[in-house]
Ligand binder design. Structure first.
Ligand SMILES: [Zn+2]
Length: 504
C-alpha cells in the first residue's frame, strides 16, 4: 500500500496526513481503514499507537521497523529517559501494539508537570525551505515541544499554526499547508532560554537509545550536582543557592510562561534535589542541566546518570572486579568534587592537596573523572570553546528587547550601561568580555542613557503628571522634585528647562 517517504524529524502523524492528500482521500476514516485496518484509530500527534498494524499494511518503507518508527518519528525519545525503565517498556509496547487505553498516561504527559503547546507550530523560514526542496510542508517533531519555542537554525521564535495539537475530532489528520500555517512579517528573535531548551530537545530526540535511569540514580545524580556546585552543608542541600543560579540563567518571565515558576524556589525544584519518588519532565530536567551542565550533551548526561550505582544503600562489599566498595568510590568522588569547586580548576585542585584523590580516581574511576573535569573546563571560562559571535547575537537581541520593553516607561531607573547589563544573565561575565561582543558594545554606545538624558526624562515625567492634573509649578520646585541640585544639573537638562520658559 502507498505510503510517502518520511522526512527527517517528521512526525508520523504528519506523514499520515500527507498520505491522505497524496491519495486524494476525502474521508479520514477511509485512510484509517486502509492503513490500520481499523477506522477507530486515534490521530495522535506525539505518541501514536497501532504501529505494527500500520507497518503490516504499508510494508516497512525504507526498512523502517516499529522500534525505529517510535524512536525517529514520534516524541517517545523525549519522555522515555525520564520515566522508569518498566514504564518505558510498557509505553513502547502500547505504541507498537494495539495500545493500552492510557498510552499518554504511561509517558507522564497527563500529570500536571508536562504540557503541550495548544497549536502545532512552525518556523516560517524552514517551511519555505521545505517547500523549495520537497514541494510541500511537513510537521517537524522538534517544533511541537513546549519550552523549546525556537528554531535553532534561524534563531527565531516558532509560530502557531491553525491546527490544534490535540484535535476535537479523534480521527483528524491535518497536513501542514499554506492555509493552516499563515505567516506574515519577519519572525521574532528567539529567547535565549528557548534556544537552550531547543538544543537539549534536539539532543534528546537524536539520542533515541539513551537509557532511562532509575529514581535512585536520579537522586544520586542531583545530590552530586549540588555537591559539585558547593551547595551542600553536610547532608543538607542549599536549595536557595541553586535556585539563584537558575534565576541568573533563565528569566523569571520564561520560567513563568512555561509553568516552572510557581513560588520562590518552586516545589518541583526542591523535590528534584531530594530523594526522587516520581518522574520529572524533560523540561524540568533540561532547565536544570542548562544552568549547571551547560555545554554537556543531553545524551552523554543520561549515560552518566545511568552509570551511577542503582542501590538504596551503597554497598560495603569489596567488588571482585574493581577492588573497592561503592561507598569508597562515592566518598572519593565527593572529595574530588569539593576540591574542584574550592580550587576552581583541575590543576589547582591537585596542587592544593587533591593529588592523592586524583590518582585514586584515575586508577579506579577514570571515565567519571575525565568527564567531570572536562565539564568543569567548559563551564569555567575556557574561552576558546565559547562561540562569542553567537553569544553576541543572542545578547544583543535580548538587549533590544529590554530596550523596547522599557522605552515607554518613564519611571525606570537610569538606563545606563550598567543597568542594561544587569538585565542580562551572567552580567558580570558579559561586562568583562564586552571587547569580544561588538554588537552589544555598539548597542550600549547608542542606547545607554547619559546623566543628562536621565535628568530630562525625570523632568518630563513630572511635567506630564502636572499637565494631567492641571497643575503648574515654579522652576525651582520642579528641580527640587526631580532631585536636580544646581551643581549637578547637566547642560542638556539646563537647555530643556530654558526651553520650557520659552514655550510657557
Ligand atoms: Zn527555521
Amino acid at each position: 500500500m502507498y505510503f510517502p517517504m518520511l522526512h527527517q524529524d517528521e512526525l508520523l502523524y504528519s506523514a499520515l496526513a500527507r498520505c491522505r492528500i497524496h491519495l486524494g482521500l476525502d474521508s479520514q476514516k477511509e485512510l484509517l481503514r486502509q492503513h490500520f485496518s481499523d477506522p477507530w484509530v486515534a490521530a495522535t500527534t506525539d505518541l501514536p499507537n497501532h504501529l505494527r498494524k500500520l507497518l503490516q499494511n504499508i510494508g516497512r518503507p525504507l526498512g523502517l521497523d516499529a522500534a525505529l518508527l517510535v524512536r525517529r518519528h514520534t516524541l517517545f525519545p523525549l519522555y522515555a529517559p525520564f520515566i522508569t525503565p518498566e514504564r518505558r517498556g510498557r509505553l513502547e509496547k502500547a505504541m507498537v501494539e494495539d495500545g493500552e487505553s492510557g498510552t499518554l498516561g504511561l509517558s507522564g504527559i497527563t500529570t500536571a508537570a508536562v504540557k503541550w503547546p495548544p497549536w502545532l507550530r512552525l518556523c516560517p523560514t524552514c517551511l519555505a525551505k521545505m517547500h523549495a526542496r520537497h514541494g510541500e510542508y511537513y510537521w517537524r517533531r522538534e517544533w511541537q515541544v513546549i519550552g523549546a519555542n525556537a528554531c535553532i537554525e534561524h534563531l527565531c521564535r516558532l509560530r502557531d499554526s491553525r491546527v490544534p495539537f490535540r484535535r476535537i475530532s479523534r480521527y483528524d489528520f491535518q497536513a501542514a499547508s499554506p492555509w493552516n500555517c499563515p505567516h506574515r512579517g519577519p519572525p521574532d528573535p528567539a529567547d535565549v532560554s528557548d534556544l537552550l531548551i531547543a538544543r537539549g530537545v534536539r539532543q534528546l530526540l537524536s539520542s533515541p537509545g539513551a537509557p532511562s535511569p532509575t529514581f535512585r540514580q536520579w537522586s544520586r545524580f542531583y545530590h552530586s550536582l549540588a555537591v559539585e556546585r558547593g551547595a551542600t552543608t553536610g547532608h543538607h542541600v542549599r536549595i536557595d543557592m541553586l535556585w539563584q543560579r537558575v534565576l541568573s540563567s533563565h528569566s523569571s518571565n520564561w520560567l513563568d510562561s512555561n509553568g516552572l515558576l510557581i513560588s520562590k524556589a518552586p516545589y518541583w525544584f526542591v523535590a528534584m534535589f531530594r530523594k526522587h519518588r516520581k518522574s520529572f519532565s524533560f523540561l524540568q530536567h533540561l532547565t536544570v542541566w542548562g544552568c549547571f551542565r551547560q555545554g554537556q550533551d543531553a545524551g552523554s548526561l543520561l549515560l552518566e546518570v545511568a552509570r551511577l550505582p542503582d542501590e538504596d544503600k551503597l554497598s560495603d562489599e569489596v567488588s571482585q572486579v574493581t577492588g573497592h566498595t561503592d561507598r569508597q568510590l562515592f566518598r572519593q568522588r565527593e572529595k574530588w568534587l569539593k576540591a574542584l569547586s574550592k580550587a576552581g580548576g583541575t590543576k589547582r585542585a591537585r596542587e592544593q592537596g587533591g593529588q592523592a584523590i586524583y590518582f585514586w580516581l584515575y586508577r579506579h574511576d577514570r571515565q567519571w573523572l575525565m568527564a567531570t573535569n572536562a565539564s568543569r573546563k567548559v563551564e569555567h571560562g575556557n574561552h576558546c570553546q565559547i562561540d562569542w559571535a553567537w553569544r553576541d547575537r543572542q545578547l544583543a537581541r535580548r538587549l533590544i528587547r529590554v530596550e523596547g520593553e522599557s522605552a515607554e516607561d518613564l519611571a525606570t531607573p537610569r538606563r545606563s550601561q550598567t543597568w542594561f547589563l544587569s538585565q542580562l544573565p551572567h552580567s558580570a561575565s558579559v561586562e568583562k568580555n564586552l571587547h569580544r561582543l561588538p554588537l552589544c558594545s555598539a548597542f550600549l554606545d547608542k542606547y545607554a542613557e547619559s546623566l543628562g538624558e536621565y535628568q530630562v526624562r525625570r523632568l518630563t515625567k513630572v511635567l506630564i503628571n502636572d499637565a494631567l492634573a492641571g497643575r503648574a509649578r515654579n522652576k525651582w520646585e520642579l528641580k527640587r522634585l526631580c532631585g536636580l541640585q544646581s551643581s549637578r544639573t547637566t547642560e542638556l537638562a539646563r537647555c530643556f528647562l530654558q526651553g520650557l520658559d520659552e514655550t510657557l
